[in-house]
Design a protein around this ligand. Structure first.
Ligand SMILES: O=C(O)[C@H](O)[C@@H](O)[C@H](O)[C@H](O)COP(=O)(O)O
Length: 299
């Protein structure tokens, strides 16, 4: 999947990403409850969404109508604080009046295979979800779908072994299950995600690239993840070709821009490697980027 079919939104800070994501969740909940009486949300694991969960704990909402599922779980004892479900409880779910029966944890303490089979049956009749929340790993994984690991296309939930991110044994919803949602929201923050984000935007075959939906797929990223600042990504969406200045702090953002350029209709008319234009963004974000200018008439 390329940029063309994804809605990437860049915000200046991780706090802004958390605030925007919280707003998206509450809006989506209100809409789903108005339309069909309940809101079915799939939660992401990892650290990135914790700021969102903390914010939700302070919000008024029609909690009795929220139904919570998990995109993945780590195979650890039920009371292990590293379990995704436990972290969410601690920062959010134990602080709001959500009926316990509305929370659907993956029973990863049973072991990956039985837990995956059990969870597949639990969600089968609940599809489609209203909203799926996901994170992005530094290697391009999402949920517990890791690069190089097989994904059974027909399955809804799979056992995962030898995961590079501890613990090695996990359970994950598949792209089929995650994509069966009216909307998907992916949160990407921090410098550590820069390379994975750029590769994804450039169309690399990563697990996150397999996540597609007929509904809306939005990515909220902060400037750090986007390559240093939002400006560099947004400023040159239509340049015809570009070269990246070695060592530039904004290299990754520029590479993402270059990928979009390569797929444009007139990319072939530019001599590879030609440097027609050097751009200095006013805030320093574009420093070092060189790009070919657009053909006349296209500006
Ligand atoms: O169990 C997990 O850790 C995940 O569900 C995983 O897919 C996570 O979302 C990403 O690795 C991002 O994690 P961070 O938000 O901690 O960077």
């Amino acid at each position: 999947m390329t940029d063309n079919s994804l809605d990437f939104q860049c915000l200046d800070s991780s706090e802004q990403v958390a605030a925007a994501a919280t707003e998206r969740l509450l809006d989506s909940a209100a809409r789903a409850i108005a339309e069909h009486g309940r809101f079915q949300l799939v939660l992401a694991g990892g650290r990135t969404p914790l700021a969102v969960y903390r914010r939700l704990a302070d919000q008024p909402a029609d909690w009795a109508r929220w139904h919570l599922f998990f995109g993945d779980e780590r195979c650890l004892p039920a009371d292990d604080p590293e379990r995704n479900s436990l972290t969410v409880r601690e920062v959010w779910l134990d602080r709001v009046p959500i009926p316990p029966d509305n929370i659907h944890p993956i029973r990863a303490e049973l072991g990956a295979e039985p837990a995956a089979a059990h969870y597949a049956e639990s969600i089968r009749d609940r599809l489609p979800f209203d909203l799926v929340l996901l994170g992005l790993g530094e290697d391009g994984h999402t949920a517990s779908l890791f690069p190089g690991h097989p994904i059974q296309d027909e399955a809804l939930v799979i056992p995962v072994r030898d995961a590079p991110k501890p613990p090695p044994e996990r359970v994950s919803l598949t792209p089929l299950a995650l994509g069966s949602s009216r909307a998907i929201l992916i949160l990407v923050t921090g410098r550590g995600k820069r390379e994975a984000l750029a590769r994804w935007r450039a169309g690399a075959d990563l697990p996150v690239s397999r996540i597609v939906t007929s509904g809306r797929l939005e990515v909220l990223m902060d400037a750090e993840a986007a390559g240093g600042c939002c400006h560099a990504v947004k400023a040159y969406p239509n340049v015809q070709a570009c070269a990246v200045w070695p060592g530039s702090d904004s290299n990754t953002a520029h590479q993402a821009g270059c990928a979009a350029i390569r797929s444009s209709a007139w990319a072939n008319s530019v001599r590879p490697g030609s440097i027609l234009n050097q751009v200095e963004a006013p805030d320093g974000c574009g420093s070092g980027m060189t790009s070919a200018s657009q053909p006349s008439g296209e500006r």
